[in-house]
Write a protein that binds this ligand. Structure first.
Ligand code: ADP
Ligand code: ASP
Ligand code: MG
Length: 488
């Protein structure tokens, strides 16, 4: 959040009382999942909870596809997507609530679908998807899911109130990637949510969505409901922020890439922030910083397996000098820049200006007196960037690379880890190893096509089966072996 201040945070709120529960798309993908959510909320009623929810699983992707189709003159296929979404929400809603309540709920949902249809016309007429329109269009997903969840919780007998996130999260005007403004958001969240909490009601609101000071809808970037939850948690000085998802917690690597991934029971804010930044989708990168600044524990939990224990993220970590997790970020490009003379500060400024203008963001940098190597998240036009850089210095660049990061407190102080890793995947043509820029990160670049293999091999090396406890049938828990050693 921008303009966040400790003072304004201390000024109000009841420290450590409420719990913010954020449910991701897979936790509300259908009626069964939503009933599970209702059970989970029930368990927190005494805290009390504030419920933040994402769009139903897959809905944001589908909305985005529809909007792009409309912009690309494929209006009929865009309309088909909206028809499908209308039907899906009808089915889920009708399975959750009784006929009379359904009528009331549908009276609230139907105008949203009509709005989607008219926005499609607007997009098609413009022949382009403008960021402002994208925000209005995508935000409907969270409106729908929050209304449906609210109805389901009412049906379950809870004292719940639906809250419009646009009334609570005041953001800057960076459409599609907005950031909440601290002072305005604090004031709104407290004005709207505190009276509800004090009167024993459970607020339910959509994540991902906010509005500018002028009330124009914005979104916080893909996966941004985590960020909504963290913002609200910090403003309300919550006891904890819970991110309910479809995996047992933060895992040693993405379980979609490596079935052997195991749950990490606890990690530090810094480790989690590093992990989120370097590609672990389980947490939006902007989730951890506000929680860390105000020391509010974040829990990552499985809504399908609430007994798993989850991952606790706090200021502390139990183990130092050990790798906690492996992440991978595809779609990066490596640039090697060699000026004819020494590397000067004005050249660096010019280089970064070029990257900024083309919306490339820096991942890793390594420099000597005469050359500069950068790993950048690819933004716009790579050859155009290379050409501009070429006017300043000799440039070599390669795209379709993936950044692999090992994350763990103080691992950069253990040279044997890097050495063992290099040994294990030497045949994968590792590029640009970076160790020591951060205490808790060792990163390197491989070809995108070899990234999954690299992750799997490293996982096998760093989390060998023998080092785990309680695998089957109980959920697996990572209990690290002694720090890695190289053999002579
Ligand atoms: P939600 O819809 O609940 O927000 P996301 O899809 O955003 O869920 O995040 C959960 C997914 O993140 C998991 O299904 C998993 O595939 C992926 N993921 C990537 N890295 C990790 C990791 N280190 N630990 C756990 N999940 C991870
Ligand atoms: N529904 C949004 C997305 O899919 C926000 C979120 O799920 O956090 O990106
Ligand atoms: Mg997510």
């Amino acid at each position: 959040m921008t303009g966040q201040s400790k003072e304004s945070h201390e000024a109000g709120g009841r420290r450590g009382e409420c719990v913010v529960m954020k449910f991701g798309g897979t936790s509300v993908e259908d009626a069964t999942a939503i009933r599970r959510v209702s059970q989970l909320v029930k368990r927190r009623l005494r805290h009390p909870p504030v419920v933040v929810v994402s769009a139903l699983g897959g809905v944001t992707d589908q909305l985005l596809n529809a909007a792009k189709s409309a912009a690309g003159s494929r209006l009929e296929s865009a309309r088909e997507v909206v028809r499908h979404l209308r039907q899906r929400h009808q089915t889920v809603a009708s399975e959750l609530v009784e006929k009379q309540q359904y009528e009331c709920l549908w009276a609230e949902l139907e105008p949203a679908f009509d709005m989607l249809d008219s926005l499609l016309d607007e997009i098609a007429a413009a022949g382009a998807l403008l960021p402002q329109v994208q925000d209005r269009f995508l935000g409907v997903g969270e409106y729908l899911s929050s209304k449906v969840l609210h109805a389901a919780l009412l049906r379950a007998g809870f004292d719940v109130t639906w809250v419009d996130s646009k009334q609570c999260l005041v953001t800057d005007e960076v459409h599609t990637h907005a950031t909440p403004l601290w002072e305005e958001t604090t004031e709104r969240v407290r004005t709207v949510l505190l009276p509800l909490l004090h009167s024993g009601q459970v607020p339910v609101l959509g994540g991902f969505v906010g509005a500018t000071r002028d009330g124009v809808p914005t979104t916080l970037g893909r996966g941004g409901s985590d960020c909504s939850a963290a913002t609200i948690g910090v403003v309300l000085n919550a006891r904890r922020i819970e991110i309910w998802t479809d995996v047992d917690g933060v895992m040693t690597t993405d379980p979609d890439l490596c079935a052997e991934a195991i749950r990490i029971t606890s990690m530090s804010f810094n480790e989690a922030a590093e992990l989120a930044h370097f590609g672990a989708k389980v947490l939006h990168p902007a989730t951890i910083a506000p929680a860390m600044q105000h020391n509010i524990p974040v829990w990552v939990l499985n809504s399908r397996n609430s007994e798993s224990g989850g991952t606790e993220i706090t200021a502390h970590t139990r183990e130092n000098g050990r790798v906690k997790a492996i992440t991978t970020k595809p779609g990066v490009a490596v640039f090697e820049i060699e000026p004819s003379r020494r590397l000067r500060p004005d050249l660096l400024r010019q280089v970064f200006d070029i990257f900024e203008r083309h919306q490339f963001s820096l991942e890793v940098l390594s420099a000597s007196h005469s050359s500069l190597s950068l790993v950048m998240s690819a933004g716009g036009d790579l050859p155009a960037v290379a050409q501009k850089l070429g006017e300043l210095a000799k440039v070599r660049w390669e795209s379709h690379k993936a950044l692999i990061c090992l994350v763990g407190e103080k691992i950069a102080r253990s040279p044997e880890i890097a050495s063992q890793v290099l040994h294990a995947i030497a045949d994968l043509e590792i590029r640009l190893i970076c160790q020591g820029a951060s205490e808790r990160n060792i990163s390197f670049v491989v070809d995108e096509s070899r990234a999954e293999e690299a992750v799997r091999r490293l996982h096998e090396l760093l989390f060998p089966v023998g080092a785990r406890a309680g695998t089957h049938p109980a959920p697996a828990v990572y209990q690290p072996a002694a720090p890695a050693r190289t053999t002579a």
